[in-house]
Design a protein around this ligand. Structure first.
Ligand code: BGC
Length: 249
């Protein structure tokens, strides 16, 4: 099935057409900056623009950067607070006139890694961490998703959530070297390890591709590997989520 996968983030909204049989991208990636207000109405218009860009008429799968339960936004994440309680699935379906599936963005990246990437066939507890505007996490036990794991929300010192100290956006904002940031990220991984004892940690998001520059600062016992789907995992996984849930006609 050909699905338009859309990875919605705090800074950019990125789409591509994906063949969900193979997990391959069959178009170039198109990125539109997330509207500054990060509000439902303006972001729904960008979803529509992405659909129009690809002249797509089929199912759409979205990875969304908040807790998502049955298509409804349950937390503000890094978006505007007016998102909370909004039925994202209905909003985007109305804006585009197409069937839309919405899951948490890190869960989406996890679908990609587990269905088509390095997580394929992996047993036990596998956690996908996406490093971006925030710190997302997707957890899979024996290949089954445990939705809405929110490991980036662990409080840390004066920070309400550890992602406010250790996400990639903070590295950029504070101009941290990979060494400095890598040590922060390592602290985060130690919390993850002590809390949930995963068997494998797979890193996604843009910063996964720089893994060689900070891997030496990671001292957890759990094996940590970068997802080679890298930045595309979010889009491919969003499309895969639609495969699991969209009506097939
Ligand atoms: C949100 C998560 C999301 C992550 C990455 C966090 O702020 O709470 O739901 O997965 O950002 O976008």
């Amino acid at each position: 099935m050909i699905v338009l996968g859309i990875d919605i983030g705090g800074s950019g909204m990125k789409g591509a057409l994906v063949d969900t049989e193979s997990g391959e991208r069959i178009s170039e990636r198109h990125r539109i900056p997330t509207p500054r207000d990060r509000k439902p109405g303006s972001m729904a218009q960008v979803v529509k623009q992405l659909v129009d860009h690809f002249n797509h008429k089929g199912p759409v799968g979205c990875g969304f950067p908040t807790i998502v339960k049955h298509g409804v936004c349950m937390s503000p994440g890094n978006l505007h607070k007016s998102w909370v309680g909004v039925n994202i699935k209905e909003l985007f379906s109305e804006a585009t006139g197409l069937p839309v599936t919405v899951v948490n963005d890190a869960d989406a990246a996890g679908y990609a890694v587990m269905n088509y990437g390095l997580g394929k066939g992996k047993k036990g507890l596998v956690v996908i961490i996406t490093i971006g505007t925030g710190l997302g996490s997707g957890a899979f036990f024996n290949g089954e998703l445990l939705p809405n794991f929110e490991l980036g929300q662990i409080p840390y010192k004066k920070y309400e959530k550890i992602e406010q100290w250790a996400a990639a956006s903070i590295k950029e904002r504070e101009g941290l070297t990979f060494k400095k940031w890598g040590k922060r990220f390592n602290t985060f991984l130690h919390y993850v390890e002590i809390l949930i004892s995963p068997d494998l940690i797979i890193l996604g998001g843009g910063t996964a591709k720089n893994f060689d520059e900070y891997k030496e600062y990671l001292t957890v016992q759990t094996p940590v590997i970068p997802a080679h789907l890298g930045n595309f995992a979010g889009i491919i996984g969003a499309a895969a989520a639609a495969l699991h849930q969209a009506p097939i006609d």
